[in-house]
Design a binder for this molecule. Structure first.
Ligand SMILES: NC(=O)c1ccc[n+]([C@@H]2O[C@H](COP(=O)([O-])OP(=O)(O)OC[C@H]3O[C@@H](n4cnc5c(N)ncnc54)[C@H](OP(=O)(O)O)[C@@H]3O)[C@@H](O)[C@H]2O)c1
Length: 364
């Protein structure tokens, strides 16, 4: 007999937390394409057809509880974060957001909660980034936690405790640098490089690799936001994905000394102005900040939609990732053995993204 008062949705119901971000927006696209019922949570409501939006502040538990009281998702994809000045604050704020979100869903028929974290799980937090004792590369999921306090560990612990209490399965997705689409978010290497190339072309500057010798010459990998979305949905819906942490990268490896000139060519940079690693890192924060004032004029000249360069380029983050004095590669064997075999070519991930940013008039 059908219980007509049962409000559980017939289609799987996803709540994407942080839906306007670089990871969350790719998840929304993927879930909609799969026919899921999608609810999107962020502070600024997401402008997206086919999605129900919940505008709520994860740092305000009372308003969160009120905003979610009628929501009954079966699956939660947690992709929100807020960068703080210290790791102690990151732990307090970002651990608290996972705890309060899941507490506000105590009434919901949750089956699975997927949390995206990253390789700082192995490398340590930004304030002790790639310093001290580090596991050997490629990184494997079974490595013990580092001794250093880390907001990813705090988020995991909140997730594990709520899973135990509320009776859902969980997965953790340890992503490398995300190559994806967002505007006004905290960490966006693809758009940062596209903006660097635009400034270089317009102002007659060299297109200089900002990072370390180890990054220029060593092997590395990346995570396309689309494959991250596929990975999270796979884990959320497969028995093999339940109650496990997984690395998630594209599945190919490359060296920046190979990739940098190729990205330059795609961005229309004169090959004579492409400069690789020489003597020392050349952080973008040093190279590009003095030229930020040129952006509004460039935006006007080309009819670009975002005149505020600080909503496009995250120099600090690209500097941190490309400045690591060690090779960073990530093992995907655990995911593959469990049945996730999708892959992306990283060069294609970058060039498709550049084309999308151009089409949306974010870069010329
Ligand atoms: N980006 C990368 O390259 C990268 C690489 C590896 C790992 N990661 C990790 O992946 C996770 C997700 O990062 P991301 O880069 O995808 O994030 P992001 O693009 O910065 O997006 C963050 C999202 O969270 C929402 N949000 C932030 N504070 C909120 C609050 N108080 N209440 C409600 N919503 C809030 C934001 O929307 P509103 O601002 O509108 O609220 C936005 O939708 C983080 O743990 C990050 O460390 C990222």
């Amino acid at each position: 007999m059908t219980n007509t008062t049962d409000p559980t949705p017939a289609r799987p119901g996803a709540l994407v937390v942080g839906a306007s971000g670089i990871t969350g927006s790719a998840l929304v696209d993927h879930l909609l394409a799969l026919g899921w019922d999608v609810t999107a949570l962020s502070r600024r409501p997401l402008a997206r057809d086919g999605v129900r939006t919940v505008a709520a502040d994860l740092r305000d538990p009372d308003s969160l509880t009120a905003a979610l009281s009628d929501e009954r998702p079966t699956h939660v994809f947690f992709t929100a974060w807020q960068r703080q000045e210290t790791e102690a604050e990151n732990i307090r704020v970002n651990g608290g957001m996972v705890r309060d979100l899941l507490a506000a869903l105590a009434h919901a028929p949750l089956e699975h909660v997927a949390l995206v974290t990253g390789l700082k799980h192995y490398l340590g937090p930004f304030e002790a980034y790639a310093a001290g004792e580090m596991p050997d590369t490629p990184f494997h999921e079974e490595e013990p936690r580092l001794d250093t306090p880390n907001f990813y560990y705090a988020q995991e612990d909140e997730l594990f405790a709520a899973a135990e209490r509320q009776g859902f399965t969980w997965s953790v997705h340890r992503s490398h640098t995300v190559i994806g689409h967002a505007v006004g978010n905290a960490m966006n290497m693809g758009l940062t490089i596209a903006v660097q190339a635009t400034l270089a072309k317009e102002l007659g500057l060299d297109f200089v690799f900002p990072g370390s010798e180890a990054q220029w010459n060593g092997l590395t990998d990346m995570t396309d936001a689309g494959i991250l979305a596929e990975h999270m949905v796979w884990a959320a819906t497969s028995p093999e994905g339940a109650d496990e942490p997984f690395n998630v990268v594209n599945g190919d490896v490359f060296r920046w000394r190979w990739m940098w000139p190729r990205l330059a060519a795609h961005l229309g940079v004169d090959p004579a102005r492409v400069v690789g690693y020489q003597d020392r890192p050349r952080p973008l924060a040093e190279q590009m900040t003095p030229h930020e004032g040129a952006w509004p004029g460039i935006a006007e000249r080309y009819g670009l939609v975002e005149p505020d360069i600080t909503r496009l380029a995250s120099w600090w983050h690209t500097d941190a990732d490309l400045g690591r004095a060690m090779e960073v590669v990530t093992d995907m064997g655990k995911s593959r053995e469990a049945g996730f075999t999708a892959f992306r070519r990283t060069e294609r991930a970058f060039t498709d993204l550049f084309d999308r940013y151009r089409a949306e008039r974010l870069v010329p």
